[in-house]
Write a protein that binds this ligand. Sequence first.
Ligand code: MCA
Ligand code: AMP
Length: 457
Amino acid sequence: MLSALTGVHGDRADAITVAGRRASYEELLGAARQVAADIAGAPVFAVTATASLETVAAVVGALLAGVPCVPLPPDAGPAEREHILRDSGAHLVPVDFARRSSHDPGPPADPADPALILYTSGTTGAPKGVVLSTAALTADLDALAEAWQWNAQDTLVHGLPLFHVHGLVLGVLGALRTGSRLVHTGRPTPRAYAEAAGSLYFGVPTVWSRVAADPAAAGALSRARLLVSGSAALPAPVFRDLQRLSGHRVVERYGMTETLITVSGRADGEVRPQTVGTPLPAIRTRLAAEPGAEIGELQLTGPTLFSGYLGRPEATAAAYTEDGWFRTGDIAAIDADGVHRIVGRASTDLIKSGGYRIGAGEVENALLDHPHVSEAAVVGVPDADLGQKIVAFVVAHGVSGSELTDFVAAHLSAHKRPREVRFITAVPRNAMGKPQKHLLLTDETTDQTTGGPRNPT
Ligand code: MCA
Ligand code: AMP
């Protein structure tokens, strides 16, 4: 994974820039060796995954020591944080980039061993730990490097969070694996993307939509080689605007925390809007479609798949078909030339907002922890900026919508907060008591659209 650290940029003072701080590979290796020494012998460790050089050193230290790393979202509230630490058994290890070691931590770990444990939401319950091996990570990064002609001549730019696959695996490990320079902009603002003057850019659709709304920033990206979008569907108007303003047809790729990136457009291929390209080498895909139907659940196999959900063999088994294919839960179509299109999700209880995957059940449970909330149903509503925005329907008295938003933001993490709270008199349910969420978006059940309750008590 780390062979490129001694490559062409081995002695560059600015091989890595994160949120304005620069480091050479030598400095990074020194800080990572110190982390490796600090965690040696531990079964697993956690790091507060701020957008910082410390997080990069922690992850490289994990690989050097062969100890899996759990990157903790920095704004995780007490409920989420305790869950992740308890579930993984990891202790938080502080990282100081100024502490460096020259001690070689020894031979690399077995590639089949866990390298990262990333927590991700399901439709119900608390997030599960997705165990990713070094072998899966390297298989994915090498396939992407080939598809995107990504190499040590590139400067990769992005500003994505360092506790998910997109920002951490592609955005950090990908740069280290290929030996490209990395500029992490701290936050993914259009201006920061424009100023970074990179050759290769990563973003979620919300980021691209904001870049497209800033013609000067989008125009500055015309000097780049390749723009890549993923984590959610890139809207066609954003694709068109970026082509007009930057000259680039943004390449889309598709993946999941559990599978890593499995399907992608290519730097040397034809790029069509609203398609995610073809399966990476060694990935096989199929659709579980009704006879005669052209769309169905996308299922896949290949070397980039996770090793399982940590401590949850039943959930892991349930994620696979009987004949061993991973069920993505995404509904797709495959064109005659093998180009894949993602057309939706099987479950409405997994929400994608700003590229973050958020389980409706987790937000509902957080709302129900509030003493004034008696019922809660959470849905994802189409939103021009975020793709979907979280809307919470609650039965509650004596509390305002913004108080509930703050409650969820503090309890879980800020990106899981409802962007809108609507007060209703009862959650519509079927005879079995199951919420009928599709009925919630009709006006009849809604007392009002935003803010506090109509009759606060
Ligand atoms: C606002 N804030 C609050 C509240 N309201 N904080 C606490 N309580 C509140 N009530 C704060 C936030 O903490 C944040 O602070 C600031 O306001 C802005 O809020 P935020 O929601 O973060 O901003 P946004 O502008 O809506 O974010 C858009 C975004 C973000 C930057 C695009 O959604 C993002 O980073 N998305 C990337 C998700 C991602 O990487 N997904 C990849 C998953 P402050 O500014 O201080 O932080 S991996 C994956 O999907 C697969 C493998 C794949 O295919 O890639
Ligand atoms: P996560 O586990 O956070 O990585 O989210 C994975 C989900 O993101 C997938 O199951 C898809 O629903 C969605 N996703 C990722 N990339 C794309 C894309 N290019 N187009 C549409 N959906 C995507």
